[in-house]
Design a protein around this ligand. Structure first.
Ligand SMILES: C[S@@+](CC[C@H](N)C(=O)[O-])C[C@H]1O[C@@H](n2cnc3c(N)ncnc32)[C@H](O)[C@@H]1O
Length: 282
């Protein structure tokens, strides 16, 4: 088993990711379907021919830059194993900050929540894992993302913890006419079309529909801020993920659209990432 990891480590420098050893371990674990402890407890165990073949196929894909999450088909978010694919974003640890801010609202009654641009369903399912009695709707414009989110919901729903979550296809609020929610959350596309990061690393393998927005990355954020006013119950809360350098623009636009109690929170790297606000007519 150690030999397989060593082979991966022996890749030429220009084929290595920044996390070569971890990548090798994750691929190996996916191949043998065991926990991390297993490979350290039994380093002398040999891979079967079938496992070796599968491992080296995975290594080839990684050498071409494909994200580990796409190769193994899963990524953990809020400790939930989520199926991922190339139709939407691979959930990021920074987005867990948004979930934390929903928890920080300390809502004690059972409310309705909308997750706009749900992708894998990561945010909706993470919140449902904490509040199984909330009525949670996740929407996405991409049909394949809705199907993916629903598969994730069904796979996790053994003890019915996720039975109050539904996913629907909608271009932002288009299929939600006259619907109102106590809380709306979104991690929309917010990268500007010319951002050089779009050509680097895992992002190259993710769809532009999940990443890019016009107007310097602000178009979808602004659309959601504007439209959410007629989809929030009185004093409902809007939580938005945005780029590290967009908090001022987001806050300014929220003020312009008469939101109040605007606060920005930082992600795991200390960058401004989540802005929370409330909308009420009083
Ligand atoms: C940045 S990804 C976020 C995915 C997921 N919520 C997460 O945090 O991992 C943005 C998502 O918004 C969806 N999206 C983009 N434009 C949309 C629109 N007009 N209406 C609904 N969803 C949209 C994309 O398909 C994508 O799944």
């Amino acid at each position: 088993m150690a030999a397989a990891v060593s082979a991966f480590l022996a890749l030429p420098e220009d084929n290595k990711s920044d996390t070569v050893k971890l990548d090798a371990e994750v691929l190996l674990l996916a191949c043998i379907d065991k926990t991390r402890t297993y490979i350290f407890t039994w380093p002398e165990k040999k891979l079967s021919q079938e496992q070796q073949k599968r491992f080296f196929e995975m290594v080839q894909r990684r050498k071409l830059g494909e994200p580990i999450a796409h190769i193994v088909g899963f990524r953990e978010f809020w400790s939930l194993p989520l199926e991922v694919n190339a139709q939407t974003l691979i959930p990021r640890p920074d987005t867990e900050t948004l979930v934390e801010q929903v928890l920080a609202l300390e809502i004690t009654n059972d409310i309705s929540l909308l997750d706009l641009g749900t992708g894998t369903g990561a945010i909706a399912l993470a919140i449902a894992s904490e509040y199984p009695n909330w009525n949670i709707t996740g929407c996405d414009r991409i049909q394949a993302a809705i199907e993916l989110a629903e598969r994730n919901r069904q796979r996790l729903n053994n003890d019915n913890q996720f039975s109050k979550v539904q996913f629907i296809k909608s271009n932002w609020f288009s299929a939600l006419k006259n619907k109102k929610y106590d809380v709306i959350v979104s991690n929309p596309p917010y990268i500007e079309p010319n951002d050089p990061h779009l050509n680097q690393g895992d992002v190259c393998f993710e769809p532009l529909s999940a990443l890019v927005a016009q107007d310097d990355g602000m178009a979808d954020l602004k659309h959601i801020i504007m439209q959410a006013r007629s989809h929030l119950n009185e004093n409902g809360v809007l939580l938005l993920e945005h780029g590290y350098n967009q908090s001022q623009q987001v806050s300014d636009f929220l003020i312009q659209m008469s939101y109040k109690g605007i606060k920005t929170f930082t992600d795991l790297s200390g960058n401004d990432r989540i802005t929370v606000s409330q909308f009420g007519t009083e």
